[in-house]
Design a protein around this ligand. Sequence first.
Ligand code: 5GP
Ligand code: ZN
Length: 113
Amino acid sequence: MVDCIFCKIAVGEIPSNKAYEDDQVLAFYDLDPQAPVHILIIPKGHIGSAAEITAENSRIVAHIFEVAAKLAAELKLDQGWRVVTNVGKDGGQSVLHMHFHLLGGRSMAWPPG
Ligand code: 5GP
Ligand code: ZN
């Protein structure tokens, strides 16, 4: 998608600090980390947000969670971790390409602000 920053990161047009990559997804470290481990996991193909998940494209979400579990194990987040996807204005979404935040390395508050 033209002018989508995460589409550009997905194809390497904008550099990122990669944590994992395959043909379907890319995981890279967030520029503004909110925890000792803060990785963004994105589908390489453009999906605007989780609000656009349908029966046709939902398999990518399962794959993203597989990648999250693999990264959490590799990074030894043995005390736990969190996956968050923000949707729309009230959800606090600032980049309009679906992404899942993998956060760990500290105790998390609940409910989120
Ligand atoms: P959102 O607020 O949409 O849920 O999350 C967007 C996230 O993307 C933020 O945590 C922000 O720090 C991160 N981000 C925005 N632009 C870039 C970028 O160019 N590179 C990286 N690595 N992270 C970015
Ligand atoms: Zn995109």
